[in-house]
Design a protein around this ligand. Structure first.
Ligand code: NAG
Ligand code: NAG
Ligand code: NAG
Ligand code: NAG
Ligand code: NAG
Ligand code: NAG
Ligand code: NAG
Ligand code: NAG
Ligand code: NAG
Ligand code: NAG
Ligand code: NAG
Length: 764
């Protein structure tokens, strides 16, 4: 008895003390790549091999003697086995354990488990979708296509997940809904066909991480919103407190949704995200929607880039968000050559409030006020900069007018008005930033400086007569087509891609600003002081919202063209997009109101009906991506980390990927380099015999030519190649970003690609 206790004590003293020390001092998660061909013969199961590899490493790093303790140690350190996304596993290791693991037979490399960012800071008719013709019609609304969404979970009771009239779940589906807290798998149906959650990596990294709920149920709202944007069922009479009222519908309203929850209340780990992608691949999804990303990591250390390579290789189309760090250049994430990188734009919808002056003058401005409001003829006062809460409190029962002097004080003013709890407010400002509308509990209207002058004059005219001016306010009006749309919104992250600048990113713009979609009924949509608002629909903005639009469109294309590769689908989406807005001008960048460059816009604004019939596609195979990785001067080991293949053929390295867009880097000033040549091969996916001719928009300072400038196709699926040459005409000042377009045209199709010529420095 005594012996036993002392032994136990001795044992814990020797082994657990140093372990506890290292665990809390510096243990961290690693994603470990293994060489499957090196698996010892008697073993047939990779999971067993990975566990025994970890076991040997741990044994060597501790003085562990008993199997029992070793087993519990392994189960506390081993996180996931990966099957499809890579050959390897993840584990929580001390530096010493990590070093020992590196000496294990079959070890290739390891990457740290990095935190993942959710891309929210803050629709179909607009895209021209019509039940009677085009992409909705030809794909039967994406019938039987399965969209996997990696996000914060779902609210399964939402009307957008109703499966009325849907056919049986496709037999190829191998996934399932799992029971979890407040999520009975019986909540799944023919629309929501998969529900799984992943948090072991996050908890290994931070045992105290707040999960919200250890469940696939969404406690944030983001995942419910993104998944129903991609594939929500049609819901009549949807609205956000009266705004954006009408029928809400996901883009592919007959596609199925499988939710893989890997983003949690207080964080997200790559090891969980790639475990989710691993499960999605093995379950049989057709499209993946990833409204998340990692910043500033080389491709061979970027878990999402690595995992999506496997997905794309298996024919899964992957849509990702560009990020919300614009308008600065080089802020984009997911600049990965094999995914679709989506930027965010505005729609032609406006949400308005109206100020009615006693003289009958009606002044309209932006508003998203959600409260009740009934006011007739209230006193209205002009309070200038509205920078004193005390002054505002004196007039809190009036309609207060504030003026934004420099385009930024409006944020402060909204705050002050909220603290002073004024009855109503009018803000004179030229801001177009949509996050300003987030004060949904303040009865406020934002009016432009021209209307602001009218209001100020009105108030002044009463003051001079020494009587008090009065006005009325009303809210909740949705109008269409009042403004130039779409535009690239200023939060949308800009290229070039830091991880692979030679491929132009982003690829495409889709609606991302103030998008209405389903929301968990118990997650706040807005609050102010003690006021809280809930709703089964919410309107939010971000590239997170743009990404599922493209995932939905990819599902429609997949539904209509089962045989197209992910690269062909991406090419179709890019080359058929729009570059002109509602005023027939080039799409603008909200940030400077100038023409949006492809580094903000990508190839253009997505047009799903035209994407159905692109005419030509720029296809890319796995070896093309390998040729690119070779040309990036990655080591064989680095390439293996991405491709999972023990041998990568680097005999034809090339940065010139067969992509439907072009980016050429030139040095400013006196460079010896004056010529850049691209080689491309297009596949005729149109009817058969046809002749395409090339047309190029001129780019100042450069001579751009296509050789040959005519492509004669004799049959469907025929491939033809051409060269695009860019020559610097004179070495005078080159613009930082110049751009134009190459269009291949036959009688029916315009196949357009953006061309960017830039002096942006690649390093730093
Ligand atoms: C993987 O293991 C096989 C068999 O041991 C070996 O031939 C090959 O070189 C290894 N590859 C890498 C990348 O380590
Ligand atoms: C889930 O729902 C089914 C059917 O409503 C019920 O029979 C079952 O007990 C529920 N399971 C759990 C774990 O609540
Ligand atoms: C987790 O919380 C416990 C109790 O509050 C604390 O003792 C421990 O240090 C925390 N661990 C980490 C890794 O933050
Ligand atoms: C979460 O639930 C799973 C089973 O559904 C369980 O294995 C796991 O331990 C739970 N995690 C936490 C932190 O409660
Ligand atoms: C939205 O509501 C307004 C006012 O109630 C109504 O006039 C309009 O027709 C509605 N729009 C749609 C698309 O239902
Ligand atoms: C907005 O107004 C401020 C001051 O009135 C001005 O400095 C700024 O340039 C304007 N911004 C835009 C985008 O018009
Ligand atoms: C704009 O004015 C506010 C005060 O009204 C000030 O706090 C802010 O720094 C100013 N911003 C700029 C860019 O001048
Ligand atoms: C304006 O009216 C106030 C009281 O209503 C009075 O005290 C003040 O003298 C008047 N001023 C003028 C200029 O008539
Ligand atoms: C790769 O290395 C070659 C030879 O050193 C060099 O010429 C080339 O510029 C490098 N490529 C990249 C993308 O850095
Ligand atoms: C990339 O290659 C370098 C040089 O061989 C190596 O040190 C590093 O571990 C590799 N990383 C990965 C993730 O393959
Ligand atoms: C380019 O060359 C010209 C003449 O050789 C020289 O005057 C000029 O300063 C150079 N410009 C740069 C940016 O190096």
């Amino acid at each position: 008895m005594t012996t036993h206790i002392s032994l136990c004590f001795l044992f814990s003293y020797v082994t657990f003390l140093p372990l506890i020390f290292t665990t809390f001092a510096q243990s961290q998660n690693y994603i470990i790549h293994m060489n499957l061909s090196a698996m010892p013969k008697p073993l047939t199961n990779h999971h067993t091999w990975y566990q025994s590899t970890l076991s040997s490493a741990l044994q060597n790093s501790q003085f562990t003697t008993t199997t029992n303790n070793l087993n519990s140690l392994i189960s506390s350190k081993f996180i996931y086995t990966y099957t499809h996304v890579m050959n390897g596993f993840s584990a929580n290791l001390s530096p010493k354990e990590h070093e020992l693991l590196k000496t294990s037979p079959g070890y290739i490399s390891s990457i740290p488990d990095l935190p993942v960012k959710l891309d929210t800071t803050y629709s179909p008719q607009f895209l021209g979708l019509n039940p009677n013709k085009g992409a909705w019609h030809d794909s039967n609304f994406g019938n039987d296509v399965i969209i996997g969404v990696i996000d914060t979970g779902v609210w399964p009771e939402s009307d957008s997940f109703k499966d009325y009239g849907m056919t049986e779940v496709p037999s190829k589906w191998k996934g399932q809904c799992e029971n979890s807290i407040h999520f009975n798998k019986s909540l799944c149906n023919k629309k929501l066909i998969g529900a799984k959650f992943f948090n072991r990596g996050l908890l290994a990294q931070n045992p105290n991480a707040t999960l919200g709920l250890n469940s696939t149920r969404d406690t944030k709202g983001h995942g419910t919103h993104t998944s129903t944007t991609a594939a929500g069922s049609r819901v009549d009479k949807a609205s956000f407190y009266g705004y954006a009222n009408g029928t809400a519908s996901g883009i592919a309203s007959n596609s199925r949704v499988a939710m893989y929850k890997a983003l949690w209340k207080n964080g997200a780990s790559s090891s969980d995200v790639i475990a989710a992608i691993d499960a999605a691949i093995s379950d049989g999804v057709d499209v993946l929607s990833l409204s998340l990303g990692l910043d500033d990591v080389p491709l061979y250390e970027e878990p999402v880039a690595i995992a999506t390579f496997a997905a794309v290789e298996k024919g899964v189309v992957v849509a990702t968000s560009a990020g919300n760090d614009g308008p600065v250049l080089k802020t984009l994430h997911n600049g990965t050559p094999w995914v679709i990188t989506v930027a965010a734009g505005t729609t032609n919808r406006d949400f308005q409030g109206t100020l009615t002056l006693v003289n009958g003058n009606k002044i309209v401005g932006f508003s998203l006020y959600i409260g009740a409001f009934s006011s007739n003829n209230f006193p209205i006062v002009f309070m200038g900069l509205c920078d004193s809460v005390n002054d505002l409190k004196q007039v809190k029962s009036k309609i207060v007018v504030c003026e934004d002097k420099n385009g930024t004080s409006v944020y402060n003013q909204l705050y002050n008005l909220g603290v002073a709890q004024v009855f109503g407010a009018v803000l004179i400002s030229n801001v177009t930033l949509t996050d300003i509308l987030y004060k949904k509990f303040l009865a406020s209207i934002i009016v432009n400086p021209i209307n602001g002058e009218i209001i100020k004059d009105y108030i002044k005219s009463f003051n001079s007569k020494n009587s008090s001016s009065i006005a009325s306010m009303s809210f909740k009006k949705t109008v269409f087509g009042t403004k130039q749309a779409p535009s690239v919104d200023s939060y949308s992250s800009r290229g070039p891609s830091k991880s692979c600048p030679y491929v132009l990113k982003p690829d495409i713009t889709a609606p991302g600003t103030l998008i209405l979609a389903a929301w968990p009924s118990n997650v706040l949509v807005s609050h102010l002081g003690t006021k809280e608002a809930f709703s089964s629909f919410n309107m939010i903005s971000g590239t997170s919202m743009a990404c599922p639009h493209v995932a939905g469109i990819a599902a429609l294309l997949k539904g209509a063209h089962r045989d197209w590769s992910p690269a062909a689908i991406r090419s179709a989406i890019m080359t058929t997009s729009d570059i002109f807005d509602s005023t027939k001008e080039h799409i603008k960048d909200i940030d400077d109101n100038k023409d949006a460059t492809p580094l903000a816009l990508g190839a253009g604004h997505v047009n799903p009906n035209r994407a159905l019939d692109p005419g030509l596609v720029y296809d890319v195979g796995v070896q093309d991506y390998v040729n690119l990785l070779c040309a990036l001067n990655f080591t064989q080991q680095n390439i293996t980390t991405i491709t999972r293949s023990p041998f990568n053929d680097c005999s034809k390295p090339s940065l010139d990927l067969n992509y439907p867009s072009f980016i050429a880097f030139f040095n400013g000033g006196n460079s010896s380099k004056t010529l850049h040549e691209f080689h491309r091969t297009v596949t005729n996916v149109g009817e058969g015999k046809t002749i395409y001719t090339a047309s190029i928009t001129p780019i100042k300072g450069f001579s751009v030519s296509v050789i040959p400038n005519k492509l004669v196709f004799h049959e469907k699926n025929q491939k033809l190649s051409f060269k695009l040459r860019i020559e610097v005409e004179r070495m005078a000042k080159l613009k930082e970003v110049a751009f134009g377009y190459l269009s291949w045209m036959d009688e029916k199709h315009v196949v357009r690609s953006p061309i960017v010529i830039t002096t942006i420095k690649l390093k730093s």
